[in-house]
Design a protein around this ligand. Sequence first.
Ligand code: ZN
Length: 175
Amino acid sequence: MSKRKIIIEPDPILRKVSEPLEKVDNELRKLMDDMLETMYSAPGIGLAAVQIGILKRLIVIDISKGEEKKKNPLFLINPIITSRSKDTSIYEEGCLSIPGHFAEIERPAQCHINFLDYTGKQKQLKADGLLSTCIQHEIDHLDGKLFIDYLSKLKKNMIIKKLLKQKKTQDKIVL
Ligand code: ZN
């Protein structure tokens, strides 16, 4: 496994729509392992392939953070949301591509998805709570959407401006 570089907003690639995968093979599993390592070391609870510059419909998630620390990774290949609940929930969301910024986002509380798992098997999952929010956040990435898109234009632009400033500062101190 090897760690990959996470792409930070603003970057045009984060706004592109990712392509479905045609087959699940060892090469793809290696990529998923890399994504998982990158996510764990960040640390984060979800990562979409586009965040490491690969425009494929591929997500890794592990919400089992906290006391127990037992790893429980979830690999989602070509995930499709088949239904969303009418009731909603609000979580404070962050994003590995938007470091240091958080905002409360309202989303459907539950969702059903179809996807292929690590072995390429067709699976279904009913998610609620944090997992539901996380899945929706990551699938948004596959469609070129970020959580800041749910905020007012003013708030969104303020965050992008700050990220741009941080990027410029970082560029200056690279030796
Ligand atoms: Zn994100």
